[in-house]
Design a protein around this ligand. Sequence first.
Ligand SMILES: [Zn+2]
Length: 313
Amino acid sequence: MNWITNYVRPTINSLFSRREVPENLWSKCPECGTMLFHRELTDNLQVCTNCNHHMAISPRERFKALFDGGVFGEVSVPEPVVDPLQFRDQKKYPDRLKGAQKATGEKEAMLVAEGELGRMTVVAAAQDFSFMAGSMGMYVGNALIAAAERAIAHKAPLVVFSAAGGARMQEGILSLMQMPRTTVAIQMLKEAGLPYVCVLTHPTTGGVTASYAMLGDVQIAEPNALICFAGPRVIEQTIREKLPEGFQRAEYLLDHGMLDRVTNRKDMRDELITILRMLSGLPPAVAGDLPAPDAESLAPAATDAPTTGEPQS
Ligand SMILES: [Zn+2]
């Protein structure tokens, strides 16, 4: 109608609407509510810079932060039969799988990789909670067995990062059979005398806790990770008692002897290098032994022999 409606109001509106930044640039920490810039969060390995809350990280992102120079090769996993029970709830199981594949860009709930960790060949497997709650079906079983077999073939240690809601109910008894299968795979690894380290991430529950995730030579967890077989709500309803504060969380389990360590994600790489070298009977890594990605070609040849050191003059 006049200058105010034609000019002032649109300007004010545009100023306000500009504040609605694209949502994908920011994430809100579920623990303390701080708004975190996406890149900042990625740089900090999906850990809140304000309260140290560990959020979910994809297996690929984790491996990039784990292996020397972020370089790793994927280990192929034999494909199981898809949907043998022709299971259907609100959706057909194959449709659910396709949806999860589209959402995560991954084939299944576990990624197996091989690479160098502190210049030592290591096989690692990581579970993806965003893929159907990281549930353990036949593919995950096959993946863990493939990882163990690869580790044995290359005489390398195996590190597993677990995250799971349990067994995959759409595969019924076949998913439960992955518990003994993976247990046997870990046993093969132990018979070969190779180290096996479990890193339990939030949440590790159900059949995964009851099989390979609890069989490590060293059991590490990320801070505040929920680790349990039956969840706290189920237990509370069954025993009709209030559970203690922090029950089934990493720190509580460490205090009660179920875990060996609780380690921040940013310290995980160094800690795994130390532990794996120790279990393999190698001398401790020296800082100069861990090259930066582009400095690798310039660095002197790696030696696994004890550091003799240059003659000091
Ligand atoms: Zn936070």
